[in-house]
Design a binder for this molecule. Sequence first.
Ligand code: 5AD
Ligand code: SF4
Length: 425
Amino acid sequence: MNVYDGERMAELMTAQGMTAAADADSADLVVLNTCHIREKATEKVYSDIGRLRKGARLKDRAAPMIAVAGCVAQAEGEEIVHRAKVDVVVGPQAYHNLPDLVREAAARGSALDTDMPAIAKFGALPARRKTGPSAFLTVQEGCDKFCTYCVVPYTRGAEVSRPFAAIVDEAKALVDAGAREITLLGQNVNAWDDEAGTGLHGLIAALDRIKGLARIRYTTSHPNDMREGLIRAHAEVEKLMPFLHLPVQAGNDRVLKAMNRSHDRDSYLRLLDRVRAARPDIALSGDFIVGFPGETDAEFEDTLSLVDAVGYAQCFSFKYSPRPGTPAADMAGQVPADVMDERLQRLQSALNRDQAAFNAATLGRTCSVLIERQGKLPGQMLGKSPWLQSVHLMTDARIGDLVEVEIVRADPNSLAGVERVKAAA
Ligand code: 5AD
Ligand code: SF4
């Protein structure tokens, strides 16, 4: 989502007559688009600001204007202006005002906007004109779920869906600009809806009709918003890629309850059964947190056994990070760092094992690959399989082409393929 927001801010500033600098060290204005989800991501902002200023000093040039955007800006607001003396602070719902804020800061020293108007931003952004073959499109923002560890409901606000027509228009503009694949984005993307009750599957059906668009993906989904229509879409819509990112966070019911996840281990597993019945080859993905307050060794074992039961294609896993203002930050039983380290290591080795197995299972299969960029070797191109694996191959195909590829080697993090010429129809 921050990649999408970053692209939109770049488009906005370009429309003002600015041009993109080759790197941060030669820029007059640097926008740091920030993440607040874990403490490490937040601290990075302050070290980046220090590094930018030091870089300017070493080169004997004036320090750039610095704008802090994103969820750290939203959460810390005025505090960043004081702590780091930055020029602009702009929250994720207000970045359409970035040009005005930069002008205001140039005139008055600093400017701040952390308002959260419902979805006003999108209408104020310029039309999409530039894209790679694989594009992001935000359709939904915010979260009402209030998992007890998570800052998102506070930084991104309540769940809001963008209007159907605006999304379809943006998708068409992206396809006209060269996108072959669109990934629909939202903190709870499968909660997307409109007054007619269209649901995400209805939106996917509309995108399915766009000529020139070959692939549709969506992320991130919440188990409780996985409606029957969306599951059916995985069986029926050819352009919808066989991949589902459906975070579970933990495998133990007491922990899930303390996290306020509103699903349990069993309901999650049953949901995956239904998804797999609709699309047997679907690649499953998820997020995990280890060391949630009070998590015992035995409860952590339940996470490992859930991983064994599912067989994920690829996952993200994190050590619990207490976030100021969230209920879990004040819970008893904070887990010591060394215990978290060990649990994360065990979990990641299980996830790596399953990812390698998933990749190995594609060996010998022929599938489509969307070419996204050049590889390191001459004549080598890189792309993605339907299951979101990175594939490299030697081919004359160009960026944006879809090629039929036989997978001839499977490594833990990528696949090697050989192009197969389709028999003439
Ligand atoms: N600590 C660690 N991980 C977190 N996530 C969200 N909040 C926290 C936190 N406080 C993880 C969840 C979520 C992903 C985007 O980040 O796994 O799904
Ligand atoms: Fe955070 Fe996701 Fe839970 Fe929302 S559903 S509170 S974004 S972890």
